[in-house]
Design a protein around this ligand. Structure first.
Ligand code: COA
Length: 236
């Protein structure tokens, strides 16, 4: 059965006093290691980080039908591993001491936080989501840094806003895939082709509630690895 994907976008906070409220809610709801990581950031980044973590915890709690205070952040970094002090990498939560039955992904851009989750996922389920601001792709070295040769051909004839939108769409797909695999940018994005993959797709504004100018993508895989011995097939 296809796992059900839920996506949710949280708008930038701009009301007066919002940063103070984020700080207060974070103290009440987030875990010590999350707060410690935030403490090392400059104020604007700290507020965005905390707002995203609060939104993620509330989103997860609602999907699981529990109070957010029952969840303990449990991150997994490809380099540092997992454990109580790890607060970066692939997101997740513990519930009553065991892994909460939820795969999650988060992305922030232009003040927005984009969240995606699959509740009650199969063991093999992996998820990545990304939102990008096209304005951030408008530098000369972008194609060589970020795109494969085939991708450069696809956007090469575009110009102006259409070029930036095309670049952002490809970049969002790449980061979604790199979060799904957990590798992040340890994999060179220019080596990852996202034109033909069937495990990543663009997310439309109607699905997310994001403004149309932002690009977003989700990558989802739940393939059960096939046995590679006689009669089996290597998973792709
Ligand atoms: C994942 C990555 C591509 C996202 O970059 P970005 O565009 O700057 O940020 P986004 O807002 O889209 O996403 C940030 C979220 O990605 C998620 N994330 C980070 N690393 C991840 C990984 N390896 N796998 C899956 N998700 C990851 C986290 O939920 C993070 O949210 P947080 O800031 O609340 O911790 C980039 O941060 C990256 O490559 N990180 C890993 C690099 C690495 O392994 N470094 C070793 C650290 S010791």
């Amino acid at each position: 059965m296809t796992p059900e994907l839920v996506v949710h976008a949280v708008p930038p906070f701009s009301l007066s006093g919002a940063a103070e409220r984020v700080q207060r809610d974070a103290q009440a709801l987030l875990d010590g290691p999350e707060l410690a990581r935030a403490q090392a950031m400059e104020p604007a980044s700290r507020s965005r980080f905390l707002a995203g973590r609060l939104a993620q915890r509330r989103f997860a709690a609602e999907l699981l039908g529990v109070r957010g205070s029952r969840l303990v952040a449990a991150y997994s970094c490809p380099r540092c591993g997992t454990g109580p002090g790890i607060t970066h990498g692939r997101p997740g939560y513990l519930l009553d001491g065991g892994p909460a039955p939820l795969v999650l992904s988060l992305s922030r851009a232009a003040g927005w936080t984009l969240l995606a989750a699959v509740a009650g996922p199969p063991d093999s389920c992996r998820l990545g989501v990304d939102v990008e601001d096209p304005a951030r792709t408008g530098f000369d070295g972008f194609p060589a840094l970020a795109l494969t040769h085939a991708e450069q051909q696809v956007v090469g004839h575009l110009s102006g806003g259409a070029l930036l939108a095309g670049r952002a769409r490809l970049w969002a797909r790449k980061e979604a895939v790199l979060k799904m695999t957990g590798d992040g940018l340890r994999t060179a994005p220019s080596s990852l082709d996202v034109l033909q993959r069937n495990d990543v797709r663009d997310l439309l504004p109607a699905e997310t509630g994001l403004p149309a100018r932002l690009a977003a993508a989700v990558a989802l895989s739940w393939a059960v690895p096939q046995p590679t011995g006689r009669g089996g097939r290597a998973s792709s």
